[in-house]
Design a protein around this ligand. Structure first.
Ligand SMILES: [Zn+2]
Length: 374
């Protein structure tokens, strides 16, 4: 009864509370789904579950970043063959195939978020829709959209974090013989590539986009394992990259390991992964206390997360509903939300998502990762 009365008092307090919104930087992700009606992400029921997990993960990332920007992502028509990669994602590089200049390119997501630049317009388009990044998922695999995947299921939220991290710029254009996006010398490389070195710290590509090892040497250089040697990453203890795969981490406990998390959850960046993103220019804000859904604002959606799990044990309840961390959803958690009520900035109302009839799949050729296991 104690907790019920507390709940009532809390709800009254919500009604009486004065709106005192303060500015909080937030990055908003907008998705356009190119699956036909009734298929994949647009299938009733199952598609809604996939969309919810993807957009919830993106919202959480957006709340962590101390930038104000909107990132537009095109989700290509889903695959269903359950062979090859489970998903792929990357930023668009609208100027990567126009080699009027060479070297390291930021890509459109870093341009939006870190550099604060406006979208280039139709040049950066997926199927006629502006897009800063793109992804595709093979929905033919066995996916788990909840928090407890079966041993044979791939955890969807973990893979979505992996792909969104690629989209943020965690990825390389360095090919097996050292050439970049176009297969030329010199060539176009990612900002990420400007930090890729041998395990001993020697750069692989110079700022003019020229490989620093001969084509014959590159396979062994990559096979022996490279490193991401930005200053934050070095300070975090060093970041090793996977053998012959500089787009992924060599640490199997990282989100950015090349293999899919089958039967387990891996949906939180390690400190090393945060350090890589900081080297790419991202600034992480102080987490907004009480912002349980990570949308940059403490309000009714956060209150509903607590009320929806009221009196639950954590686990099995949603850990987000337990900001007090005492493994029980009760008055302490309610007070965390109410005590920070109206903090942050109200997210913009959802805008209508256009549904083009065709998707220019060529854009996948211009994303950071042309091949990716997860
Ligand atoms: Zn990957």
């Amino acid at each position: 009864m104690q907790s019920t009365r507390g709940l009532r008092l809390g709800v009254v307090a919500v009604v009486l509370m004065v709106c005192t919104s303060s500015l909080q930087a937030v990055v908003t992700f907008e998705f356009t789904y190119f699956d036909p009606a009734g298929v994949g992400f647009n299938a009733p029921g199952s598609g809604d579950a996939f969309k919810f997990v993807l957009e919830d993960m993106a919202s959480e990332i957006g709340g962590l970043l101390d930038h104000t920007a909107t990132v537009k992502i095109g989700v290509a028509p889903s695959e269903f063959d359950a062979t090859g990669f489970s998903a792929a994602g990357g930023a668009t590089f609208v100027d990567a195939d126009l080699p009027s200049s060479f070297g390291f390119f930021d890509g459109e997501v870093i341009n939006r978020v870190v550099n604060g630049l406006p979208h280039p317009g139709t040049a950066g388009a997926c199927g006629g829709v502006e897009c800063d990044g793109a992804m595709v998922v093979d929905l033919g695999y066995s996916w788990s959209t909840d928090s407890s995947p079966e041993p044979t299921e791939i955890h969807f939220r973990s893979v979505m974090l992996h792909e969104l991290t690629h989209i943020l710029g965690y990825g390389s254009f360095i090919g097996t013989t050292g050439t970049g996006f176009n297969g030329t010398t010199p060539d176009v490389y990612t900002k990420f590539d400007s930090f890729v070195t041998t395990s001993g710290g020697s750069p692989l590509i110079d700022p003019s986009g020229t490989p620093l090892f001969s084509p014959g040497l590159f396979p062994s250089v990559l096979a022996s394992g490279t490193a991401f040697s930005g200053p934050f990453s070095i300070a975090a203890g060093g970041v090793g990259l996977a053998a012959s795969d500089p787009s992924h981490s060599d640490d199997p406990s990282d989100v950015m390991t090349p293999t899919s998390p089958t039967g387990f959850v891996n949906d939180t960046w390690s400190p090393k992964e945060v350090a890589v993103l900081m080297d790419l220019g991202y600034v992480f804000g102080t987490p907004l206390v009480g912002d349980l859904d990570g949308d940059g604002f403490v309000g009714i959606t956060d209150l509903n997360i607590v009320l929806g799990e009221w009196n639950s044990l954590i686990p099995p309840g949603d850990p987000a509903a337990d900001p007090s961390g005492d493994s029980f959803v009760g008055i302490e958690d309610l007070n965390v939300v109410l005590g920070n009520w109206n903090a942050g900035t109200l997210p913009p109302p959802g805008s209508a998502v256009p549904e083009p009839t065709s998707f220019v799949i060529l854009i996948v050729g211009a994303i950071t990762l042309r091949r990716c296991r997860t």
